[in-house]
Design a protein around this ligand. Structure first.
Ligand code: TNX
Length: 504
């Protein structure tokens, strides 16, 4: 049997069909978990998800075992379940990725996920969930398989722009659930831009008071409160997703300049920005108010999120000399470092001396990339977000109603058929920390529009980030993705019926 005949996305490292009956999700389903609170919370989430699928409450039981006649799903954390990272995983990330590994075995009456951590356990459960298909009797069933799986890259992300147009916490949760379904683990939130400032920032209350209701023309205003962010953090964490906040500096700051006029050389607030132009707004290094502002907003953003990363932007500052840009980014990076977080910045920041281990996010492969190579040579890691592959706000083709076109059209195969480790010539493949899709909201002003751009391309990017090159092929992906709409439709998600796939 071909490996692609088992319809999983992303493709696992190893997956072998077993010669046995399938597991039927019948009325006597129980989830058995280990004793730790963390295992119990994965069990509760699994029970909740399966309960929704079966329209029945699913019992989650600690140790004690099953009663005869019950169908059991066993979820357990055990160090010996670890699957070693594959060759193509960068040395620096082998331990972190192996920690996200899992083993799954499915047979009649019993399915078991074992993993070294709860992240791995959750990933294994989600694989099990993807195996579930309705049988002729209407009951869901999973075929008998053995899976051993470990991600290739530790960073499998999606960047979501909630600044141009706002997405509510509930909508962000939908995106997080979708990410988890495809084992994406990093949600980068683009929280600030020219049009608006979305994050309640306690040290600088005027930011949301004055600038949260803005949006691009046709877009939605709104803000995330401190409580919203806390709630999103735990929702995401329960699903294996880490939030990465971005405060975009020193450009993309028109909203901040409106809220705090002392950040302008003239001392006067600029007009609202509702257009699509970029690159015109900027902080000014020589102004006395600037450094305090940068310290306040980055420190607040660091304190409000639990994850180890903080993104300081750095993109598209078109009205500033290099020296001033360097001064501002260096100062901002020091603030981030002082908060204990790892600096992430867009590729323009690569020319600036950054703290050790900083992450440079590549988005534009058109300019000369020497500064990126140099940054890598001095220890930076690279996050791959090439616009022409993974900018999911690009139109699929000329007939796509919404979206932009500056990086070209991106059909499903474009999003799938590329290799992150060789994208930038002359860079050590070991420097690549992972892959991140991005979806900007200039033209996407509601959840349905957003989802139609994400599906099916997000599944493609997830496989690029998770699966080793030897296990990836367009033909294989094309065959497997054809069976994904059952999940999207069950959830009521709109999607783009790419003509490149024979949808099942
Ligand atoms: C480029 S990529 C941008 C964003 C736009 C996006 C639209 C990057 C760092 N900047 O400001 O929203 O293109 O596709």
């Amino acid at each position: 049997m071909q490996p692609d005949a088992i319809e999983l996305i992303p493709q696992p490292l190893r997956c072998e069909p077993l010669d046995a009956e399938e597991f039927v999700l019948g009325p006597r389903l129980v989830i058995l978990v280990g004793d730790s609170p963390d295992e119990m919370s994965v069990g509760v989430l699994a029970g909740d998800l399966l309960g929704r699928l079966t329209h029945r409450a699913v019992e989650v039981r600690g140790h004690g075992g099953a009663v005869r006649g019950e169908d059991v799903l066993v979820l357990r954390v055990t160090p010996d379940a670890q699957v070693p990272a594959p060759e193509s995983t960068p040395e620096a990330d082998r331990a972190a990725t192996a920690a996200q590994s899992y083993r799954l075995e499915v047979g009649p009456g019993r399915a078991q996920v074992s993993a070294p951590t709860t992240e791995g356990l959750l990933a294994g459960f989600l694989t099990f969930q993807q195996l579930l298909r309705p049988g002729p009797d209407g009951l869901l069933r999973a075929r008998a398989v053995r899976v051993e799986d470990v991600p290739r890259y530790r960073w499998r992300g999606l960047s979501l722009d909630i600044a141009r147009s706002f997405f509510t916490p509930d909508e962000i949760k939908v995106v997080i659930s979708l990410m988890a379904h495809y084992k994406l683990n990093m949600l980068h939130l683009h929280l600030t831009d020219d049009q608006a400032w979305r994050l309640e920032t306690p040290s600088r209350p005027r930011l949301v008071e004055e600038a949260a209701e803005g949006a691009v023309t046709g877009g939605r205003g709104g803000r995330l409160t401190v409580a919203d962010l806390r709630d999103l953090t735990s929702y995401a964490s329960a699903r294996g997703v880490t939030l990465v906040p971005e405060i975009d500096l020193p450009g993309h700051v028109n909203a901040a300049l409106r809220a705090y006029p002392e950040l302008n050389p003239s001392g006067e607030a600029p007009p609202r920005h509702v257009g699509l132009e970029v690159g015109f707004s900027r902080l000014t290094a020589a102004l006395p108010a600037t450094q305090g502002f940068v310290e306040d907003v980055l420190t607040d953003a660091a304190q409000l999120t639990a994850g180890p990363y903080l993104h300081l932007g750095g993109d598209e500052v078109l009205t500033m000399e290099r020296a001033e840009y360097t001064e501002l980014i260096e100062a901002a990076a020091k603030v981030v470092q002082a908060t204990g977080k790892t600096v992430v910045g867009w590729q323009e920041a690569a020319g600036v001396p950054l703290p050790p281990g900083a992450i440079v996010q590549l988005w534009d492969t058109r300019p000369d990339l020497q500064a990126v190579r140099d940054a890598v040579a001095s220890g930076a890691r690279l996050l791959m977000s090439p616009g022409s592959r993974v900018y999911l706000d690009m139109k699929y083709d000329a007939s796509t109603e919404l979206g932009l076109e500056w990086a070209g059209h991106i059909e499903l195969r474009d999003a799938y058929d590329w290799e992150p480790s060789t994208l930038v010539e002359g860079v050590d493949p070991g420097a690549v920390i992972g892959v991140e899709a991005a979806v900007w909201s200039e033209t996407l002003h509601d959840l349905d529009s957003l989802l139609r751009m994400l599906l099916p391309r997000l599944a493609a990017v997830a496989e690029v980030a998770w699966s080793v090159p030897e296990r990836r092929s367009w033909e294989g992906f094309r065959a497997r993705v054809a069976h994904q709409p059952v999940f999207w439709e069950r959830a009521g998600f709109p999607w783009h019926p790419s003509p490149q796939v024979d949808w099942a």
